[in-house]
Design a binder for this molecule. Structure first.
Ligand code: ZN
Ligand code: ZN
Length: 346
């Protein structure tokens, strides 16, 4: 089957190759991929900023049709159109696995990173990871349940309250979806922070998704502007969706007393943040990080997709065949880029 493969270290071209079609395991299903979305972390892997094992097929945000059902599987049939959580292959034996957190397993193998992902025609998944795509939900939205779940999980971990003022730093896919979930959770006063390149495309989407104010932090400190906007008080919650140290520094400076810094963006392996600890303690502030998602997040957000509460068709700027991969991977810093999807079987 046709697959897009990272074959070398460094920021080198991905290769379109013929690879063996996976065998359907007795306890799993084989999916024919309809849509796979390009994650920001895939772009990191492509650039080799976060070295992944090679050769490997990326792609962990996908939906598809069941084409084979393992003999031990019940409740799913050939032809079902499904969303799949990321196949994780946890060890099942470490303390984290036994504690019910396979996503924290230290030796887990994750599809699209340590095992074959969905930038190809077929992928294996398992019945406990599947959800039927509700009627009326687009293929592209269905493929983006994974980043949505990450954002919803974070918003829940931050214990947001409707009366809060919340700043979201970064208006890529994760920032934009986080804004939408804050809005769904009743937060009215949402500030979106970005750069010059966010002005043409991403700021207007942020406003559509619920931001009441956008701030460009490129030429003037974002913290200064947020403090000005909030009459010197700062924000109850400052969320990082960038993972860059200078942006995180700004967030520490804009937190209100009693405020929380919420960390979603994943920084490089050597990122170090320095904090004014005196101000942090006197201010009784907190930092809460959030990584990955839980099954109940997926159920909740699929419900929001089904009833139309969650809708983000505006983010899809590239809808491509695998052959057209350069348009996204060599172009991701383009101001008109937000989210790309591939249709490997098109
Ligand atoms: Zn992702
Ligand atoms: Zn484990």
């Amino acid at each position: 089957m046709k697959a897009l493969v990272k074959t070398e270290r460094g920021c080198t071209d991905l290769k379109l190759m013929d690879i063996p079609k996976p065998v359907c395991p007795d306890n799993g299903v084989l999916l024919k991929v309809r849509v796979v979305a390009v994650c920001g972390s895939d772009i990191h892997y492509y650039k080799d900023l976060e070295p992944m094992p090679i050769p490997q097929v990326m792609g962990h945000e996908f939906c598809g049709d069941i084409v084979e059902v393992g003999k031990d599987v019940s409740g799913w049939e050939i032809g079902d159109f499904v969303i799949s959580r990321v196949p994780l292959y946890p060890c099942g034996e470490c303390p984290e696995c036994r504690d019910g957190h396979p996503e924290r397993c230290r030796s887990r193998k994750s599809a699209g990173l340590q095992t074959q992902g969905a930038y190809t025609e077929y992928i294996v998944s398992f019945p406990n990871l599947l959800y039927r795509v509700p009627e009326g939900v687009s293929e592209r939205m269905a493929a983006c349940c994974e980043p949505s779940a990450v954002c919803l999980h974070a918003v829940k971990r931050f214990h947001v309250r409707p009366e809060w003022t919340v700043a979201v730093s970064g208006v890529g896919m994760i920032g934009l979806l986080t804004i939408q979930f804050l809005h769904i959770y009743g937060v009215k006063n949402i500030i979106a922070i970005g750069l010059d390149s966010d002005a043409p495309k991403r700021f207007p989407i942020a406003e559509k998704f619920g931001a009441v104010k956008t701030i460009n932090g490129q030429h003037r400190s974002a913290a200064e502007q947020v403090l000005e906007y909030t009459g010197g008080r700062g924000v109850d919650l400052a969320i990082d969706c960038v993972g860059a140290v200078p942006a995180i520094d700004e967030l520490f400076k804009m937190m209100a007393r009693g405020g929380t810094l919420g960390a979603i963006g994943v920084p490089g392996p050597d990122a170090r943040v320095s904090v004014n600890w005196n101000k942090f303690v006197w201010g009784s502030q907190s930092v809460i990080s959030s990584f990955y998602s839980a099954p109940e997040d997926w159920e909740e957000l699929i419900g929001y997709m089904k009833d139309g509460t969650l809708s983000f068709e505006e983010v899809f700027t590239h809808d491509l065949k695998l052959e057209e991969w350069e348009q996204v991977f060599k172009n991701a810093s383009n101001p008109n880029y937000v989210k790309a999807v591939f249709r490997p079987n098109a």
